[in-house]
Design a binder for this molecule. Structure first.
Ligand code: SIN
Ligand code: CO
Length: 396
């Protein structure tokens, strides 16, 4: 991707400028970012996904509670008007299309639908390590998830019908008590827009917003991002380093210099020093940290299972004709020394590393590049094909 080229996707500015001026800083409304002749997947296909065990979905309904506003009349906690249920949902478990005020949220649609995966690829001016998934919401008229803020950046693309967005830069992000989902206790909108199909709104993290469907059949695609939490990342890395240590040679604590003690319960200083050395040993390998980080960041999503092939018959010939491409659910990244794919790491250098980086960046390599690859690289890619991580392309 040419990051200096102005894109309609970003309202005529380049990815480079977008990242400098807007990313994590301020909202951007883009009219006709991705003109939508028709949604990438129709209502029936979305409902089918919501019925699947493998897909995370939620149903949010806003019930009119007549007494809720009158303080004294209501013993109910504030926010009791909202109801949330988790999927999967059979079609008959969803409210009638004509019933106003409900929303179905379907997470990770890019993992299941090529066209939605392709949509997400348009946002790869942001590092893959930060891209999360595409969630699709379906709302009946008046439906929405209430005024809230998200912890992550999001692009909200209107795919079908109209949605009215209100947004505000409020500092007070306190939430209603007792609501089954995050609803701002007091929302102070500053700007309002109605988004038509093709329009898109970018919001940085923690920006208050409320989107209400102003038509029936309202579909919105949220291109979402992920940002590791520091403590969680620390835990993940330490856990992996600990696993590495289990392969280390056994080294026993020795205390030849230990003198006789009159306070037997006191920890020996030498033992504290020995524990410190144990931790230093875990980080001694200068690549250990990068390796653990890359493995963690490329771990496939929880619901992802790859279908392994049991016969490689013909794969090589087909790859020679069409090259290979990553399965849409595969995560592949690299750093200066490693290639990471689906939670595994490989040291790579020279020509092989260049090829693997190309595969990670373009998510495919051509038949020509396949033919020019080293035997080792081809064998590895064949293994990945067998694991279902990579697919051969019948034609380029
Ligand atoms: C929606 O699409 O209804 C909600 C998306 C959001 O507010 O983040
Ligand atoms: Co939101």
């Amino acid at each position: 991707m040419d990051i200096t080229q102005a894109l309609p996707l970003l309202g005529g500015i380049s990815p480079e400028r977008f990242m400098k001026q807007y990313w994590q800083k301020k909202p951007l409304l883009i009219r006709q970012a991705i003109p939508q002749k028709q949604p990438l997947l129709d209502r029936a296909a979305l409902f089918d996904l919501a019925a699947s065990e493998e897909v995370e979905s939620r149903l949010i309904e806003q019930k009119a509670t007549p007494g809720a506003k009158a303080k004294s009349a209501s013993k109910k906690p504030k926010g009791s008007a909202w109801r949330m249920r988790h999927g999967p949902f059979e079609r008959r478990a969803l409210p009638a299309l004509k019933q106003p005020g409900w929303t179905l949220l379907v997470q990770g649609v890019n993992l299941h639908v090529d066209a939605v995966d392709a949509l997400m690829q348009q946002f790869r001016f942001v590092p893959d390590a930060r891209l999360d998934d595409v969630m699709i919401s379906y709302a009946s008229e008046g439906g929405g998830v209430g005024p809230h803020f998200d912890s992550y950046d999001v692009f909200l693309l209107q795919a079908h019908g109209q949605r009215r967005w209100q947004i505000g830069a409020q500092k007070d992000l306190s939430l209603q008590e007792g609501a089954p989902l995050k609803i701002l206790a007091s929302f102070e909108p500053e700007q309002t827009w109605v988004l038509e199909p093709g329009d898109m709104l970018y919001l940085p993290p923690r920006y208050a917003h409320d989107g209400v469907a102003v038509s029936a059949d309202c579909m919105t695609y949220s291109v979402g991002f992920r940002a590791p939490k520091q403590a969680e990342l620390g835990q993940e890395i330490l856990q992996r380093l600990a696993e590495d240590l289990s392969d280390a040679p056994e080294l026993l604590y020795k205390d030849r210099g230990q003198s006789a003690v009159s306070e037997p319960a006191r920890l020996p200083e030498g033992l504290t020093a020995f524990a410190k050395q144990a931790l230093q040993a875990a980080l001694k390998d200068p690549l250990a940290l990068a390796r653990s980080l890359g493995e963690y960041l490329t771990e496939p999503k929880a619901q992802v299972w790859f279908d392994e092939l049991d016969d490689d018959h013909g794969l090589v010939q087909i790859a020679e004709m069409g090259g290979v491409e990553l399965d849409r659910r595969s995560r592949m990244m690299f750093d200066d020394r490693h290639i990471f794919i689906n939670g595994e790491s490989y040291l790579a250098a020279g020509r092989d590393a260049r090829l693997m980086r190309q595969l990670a960046n373009d998510r495919a390599i051509s038949d020509k590049d396949w033919r020019a690859a080293s035997e080792g690289a081809r064998e590895l890619m064949l293994d990945w094909c067998m694991s279902g991580w990579l697919r051969v392309r019948a034609q380029p």
